[in-house]
Design a protein. Sequence first.
Length: 115
Amino acid sequence: MKYILLIYQDENSRNEHTREECKNEARTLIQELTAKGQYLGAAPLHPTSTATSVRVRNGKPLVTDGPFAETHEQLGGFYLVDTPNIDEAIEIAGRISGSHTGTVEIRPVAELSDL
């Protein structure tokens, strides 16, 4: 089963040192997941100040600068994994450094065979 692990945290909570630690932990986790055939992808996101939101209303796009919603924690990155069950996805989520200072949301990925 494919799961997306969405990492939410205060994007201003890390300094340069903790960002580097996070990158090193991510490299290790990705290597371990790759060795087990579970790694499908991962990426950090640029800060919410770089976001653009698009909404279509009455057939016309409304484009605004900034994230979809103002929140305490922002979506900062993701992992896409393939695990046999939710329990293994939970174990992986607990190993993501963002889970120690923020939240990792686990969502099953719906696979559409007709696309």
